[in-house]
Ligand binder design. Sequence first.
Ligand code: FE
Ligand code: CA
Length: 538
Amino acid sequence: MTHPSLSRRHLLQLAAASASALWLPRSAWSQPRIGSNPFTLGVASGSPLHDSVVLWTRLLPADINSLGTEPVTVRWELAHDEQFKRVAHSGQAQATAQLGHSAHVEVGGLEPDRWYFYRFMLGGSNDGVGNDWVSPTGRTRTLPAPDAPASSLRLAYASCQRWEHGHYSAWRHMQAEQLDLVLFLGDYIYEYAGAQNAVRPVTGGFTVSLADYRARYALHKSDAALQGAHAMCPWLVTWDDHEVQNDYATLQAGTGGPEVADFAARRDAAYQAYYEHMPLRASVLTRALQSTVSGSEMRIYNQVRFGKLANLYLLDNRQYRDPPVCTQGGKLGSSTVKVEDCKAWSDPARSQLGMVQERWLDDAFSRADTSKNAGWNVLGQQSLLGRRDFETGPGTTMWNDGWDGYSAARNRLTGSMQKNRLSNAVVLGGDVHENWVGHVKTDYDKPGSESVGVEFCGTSITSRAFPGGHEKIPEYLAENPHFVFADAKAKGYGVAHFTPDKLTTTLRAVSDVNRQDASIQTLAKFEVKAGLSLVEIA
Ligand code: FE
Ligand code: CA
């Protein structure tokens, strides 16, 4: 399959249509009578630029049949104030059954560097007087203009929110962090049918079909704390493997759950459900039309600029990767690997981002400002970048699914950072369910090699770390001296506060992931002065 399928084209048309506010003539509006609240999944905003932002909701009343089969017209308002007295923009969007009754509104023409409030409305309630259903109110913002100075950016990075592994108190506490942005770095859902010692049950079994994935997203988005986190500020999102299947690579299936005859179809369904539930632009789909990548691409990697203060690069290291090599027992999926016994380990032909995305990133780096007052270059990506050798002493044992398993590609990435003199590079990641903080090295095998950035990875919102890891942390830190801090116990998120002179990163940890009423505390705090001197300050 080298071209998008017809159904994919149809999907693109639907997405473009529902994102453009003025698509259907008034006579075509459909306003079914909805007997119960259709806004049960809350609202979200995301993919912000200096002049536009995406507003999102998905209609899911208790009686889904009451939505009918025709496109449903949802009205929306974006205002300067929380009471919606000064409405800046308003319009309609179509929520179609084919896209799970999701609505994506791309509001343009906004003022840069400004906060707004938004809400959705749907007519036809059964209260006898025809009052509208009104969604919760969301708060969103535009970014500073690309060439404008900006004095402060506060973002949270978070990942891995396995439902059955805990409660979302992290999302509740995050709402007090006064954030400009949330960077979500993958594993928004997990495809599993459940877990041992589950804190709360998932509904449905393994997710395979479009209906399965939709139901799993709906389950997550039923959580009030997560809804609140979406409503507080815009999100930038990327995915990892579990939005489709554990350890999948491009169009090669991973492991766990039923074997599916047509993995490409499963991935299509999963990607569509992802689009339906995230505040993404229709262009993530339409760019695929120009693509020569096989399968139905969803182009979510992207670069956005927060004024002169920061370039944000959002990467996708799952959709285009070569499969992991030397997995134990010759199986699909991942494992630790004795590197000395694996010939293909550092094969330069293998890529994690895919060669197209690698070139795109190298090109973006080459155009980044390198002047004395250049801002921060922030990479939001899925996994731990730094080398993690689990074997004390001369031998080397590493995990083959992370960057370690793509060491030549990692050298190209850090080589590009070095070659382009990328200023103040900060790598943010997830995936490992543990906190790791360290220096990004041009050659991880040589502790004296140049540092070209700093890294803050993890932890997870809820997902469990591998058992037994915490006791070994001192050993791992000694073996991998580019790291300055690690913790395998805490669940939570990180807050990165960028100013022109320094970055302050605070690792935030919930007291008990098993409790909805968990408290929050600071696990550790770091300062990175522009020029990349990294110190722990608390
Ligand atoms: Fe995860
Ligand atoms: Ca070793």
